[in-house]
Ligand binder design. Sequence first.
Ligand code: RIB
Length: 313
Amino acid sequence: MSNRIAVIGSNMIDLVTYVERMPNRGETLEAPRFQQGFGGKGANQAVAASRLGAKVAMITCVGDDSFGHETRANLERNGVDVSHLRMVEGVASGVAPIFVEPDGENAVLIVKGANAHLSPEDVQAAASMLIDCDTILLQLEVALETVYAAVAFGAEHGITTILNPAPANPNLDLSELGGLDWFCPNESELAMLSGMPVDTDTRVVEAARQIIARGIRNVIVTLGGRGARFITADQVHMIEPVRVNPVDTTGAGDAFIGSFARFLSGGVPPLEALNRAARYAAHSITGHGTQSSYADEAAFEEFCRAHVASSVQ
Ligand code: RIB
């Protein structure tokens, strides 16, 4: 495996406010802490995979504002190839105001800005780079047509495709995802997209099988503090949660998906790749912010030594 990953997706500037409690409508409330950081589900996943040693390129759009320039520089600092980052004139970069409560749980708003301009033409323009990748990683903070074009490109060229259908989008058309290899929703995304209840383990499996029946090979359902399930047409595997004291859960899902892509693309068998990804995501919630809480290989090894016996391959 070449461990070359293309992330076709979003970037945002995260504006994170840590609150004692969420304000009520019409209320002004003082909050103890604020942190600005680099985020966006696509960029988060790209940075996680890159910090763990994958060769990562991003196909993404930023605005021609200071956030756009800072985002490009941040991706470069993290070793992500930005040859296919496009700066869109006269448009603001994406931003995400985020609120984090004392138990580490969060509420996120996104303003897509330039991310909404990422188009199927951007995918086509990167074709020669994409053909050298073994994995294409996708999320839903960009236009659905762009996601469909990327899945079709992957299927046509034998490139593994992974889609994290977040944030939930009821307009996602599963029939446009033929040939998708990995579909990684959380519980609520699975419920919305399958149209089925997911309130028990059995129902999670039934809903995932409904997705698989539409031509998608593997489904990974993330269940927050309950770990994850890896479901195929004939198998169900449980990915145990890793217990830590949460500081900030923002971006944990992206840490999970980005690190899973890196491990899988590096030749780690899927089940082991998922267990490692669960550890990587657990580590991320012990720090503040999104990308600012992602470990590099050395820090991840150290965390694994302290919590569970494991190693990065
Ligand atoms: O998944 C967390 C991310 O969602 C944040 O970084 C924010 O930018 C939004 O995209």
